[in-house]
Design a protein around this ligand. Sequence first.
Ligand SMILES: O=C([O-])CC(=O)C(=O)O
Ligand SMILES: [Mg+2]
Length: 603
Amino acid sequence: MPSTSTLNFRGARQSWARNSSLRASLLHSSSRSSSVITQPNPSPNTADEEDAISLHDKDTAFSYEKRDQLGLRGLIPPARQNLETQLLRVSNQLRSKATSLEKYVMLASLRQTNTRLFYALIMSNMQECLPLVYTPTVGEACQKFSEIYRRPEGLSISLEDKGKVASLVENWPVPAGSPRIAVITDGSRILGLGDLGWNGQGISIGKLSLYVAGAGIHPRATIPIVVDLGTNNQKYLDDPLYLGLRRKRASTEEYIEFLDEVMEALHTKYPNLIIQFEDFSTENAFLFLERYQDKYPMFNDDIQGTGSVILSGFTNAARVASKASGKPLWDQRILMAGAGSAAIGVGKQLMSFFQRQGFTEQEAKERIWTFDSKGLVTTNRGDKLPEHKVYFAREDNGDNQSKTLADAIDFVKPTCILGLSTVKGTFDETVIRKMAALNERPIIFPLSNPTDNSECTFEEAVKWTDGKVLFAAGSPFPEIEAADSPTGKKLIPGQGNNFYVFGGIGLSGALCKASRITPEMVTESALALADSLTEEERAEGRIYPNIARIREISRDVAVRCIKLANQQKVSRDGGYTASMDDEQLRNWVQGEMWLPAYDKLEA
Ligand SMILES: O=C([O-])CC(=O)C(=O)O
Ligand SMILES: [Mg+2]
């Protein structure tokens, strides 16, 4: 093992030091421990002694006996404090920070120094912490990732490593078979912020923090990955602090060859690893999904995860809208502002809403319109459409070439508009008022992230529809109190963000050792999410469940996806999960979810 120069406690004894090597301490792993995964489906969550040490200090929670054993007497303040007291301290510290970015930096350093305390903190207050660890703050953090960098937290695989990726993967400090989930990005389209190059590493880390907090994946069983194929962001290329490769992005051929090597290396080393593709630019997102989905257990979060969550929120919103208008549930017309990876993914998922009600594929497709920067996407508008836009391109528009969204609304008469444009203000007053005039309960989902890119705010949507809107955004917005609400009732904005499902999808794949993440599993995740809304939540006007229940939701999504994986024969757990009834499966999944406790080692 490397030297002990990075020890938190330099004087600690060898036994402690062994687990505090550079790699172990930076990456939350123990090179000795093999407790993460053995056969057939062990709990990775046993908080044994080694685990506690490798997941870092319990600090003042160590008993005096333990301090003696580890050579820590005198290196920790005399007080013995449990997790709750430590939580109080870090919550206060967090609240004392002035900006969201400072809070992000503080939380990241807590994740690196006391992993359990970090997760205990965010799980104890999802509402406050989620926007700091994830959207929207993670967007700013990625933009400045090279500036705020302290220490490595994931794998960086760059073009410089071509031909050596397999040996690079060997450097990841966990035993073979252990990691369960990787999130991989090339940084080329981070949220709605464009090409951030290597700085996209922050999105892999953020998503995996949610995998742990929201789906109970063991922190050590996660691998955040950035593949660095250069960047076309000149600002970074000129910035001396930028930590990525200083070159323009590689050609598509080079790209494919390199990604093939990366996927092969990861899969060979970790055959059960579920690989989530995140924030690849549209063309590459589709390209790699098509290339790998029948070969590896992988999925694309922006195409499939977002599609699933919107299908779920739309289904719940359509039920409310149909009740209010007295029109049939299927009587929906959807106009999407945007035609990138998320938009097409959402469109394709939404088709299953119509197909489940008896529509053919063609009929379902005809209830969906796309609109991009050049106007309504049609086959006769005179430009060459990229392949992914062709599917939803209209042929039935006659002479109509709506150039503005307002024109398109007049033409399409939608019941629902979805914002996937990354352009703030796309849903302006004219657009929103038109939707309110057309519909009893207009469905308006401004989905672009982070908050600054949202097509409209919750307040605007409420104001311009007199509170009639059925709303979900990609990023969080504050609730509107009864006193300020045009309806006299408290209004709660939905957050149609893929975090509702990606954790459950990934968890299902990891637990049943799925050989593939099938499109049907993704659709199942949407149905499970829609079904998870309780009567109380419906009565509160929600179309998505309260995020505080994310663990329960991830469990239920995982259970449904595992059952489908068994039916589709893509699970590879030797019939282990197929042998369980529903309740057994639910309890087993629940038991597999890691909890950030100090457990028996607590003082
Ligand atoms: O990360 C998020 O908040 C949702 C997402 O995948 C994206 O916007 O690319
Ligand atoms: Mg994304």
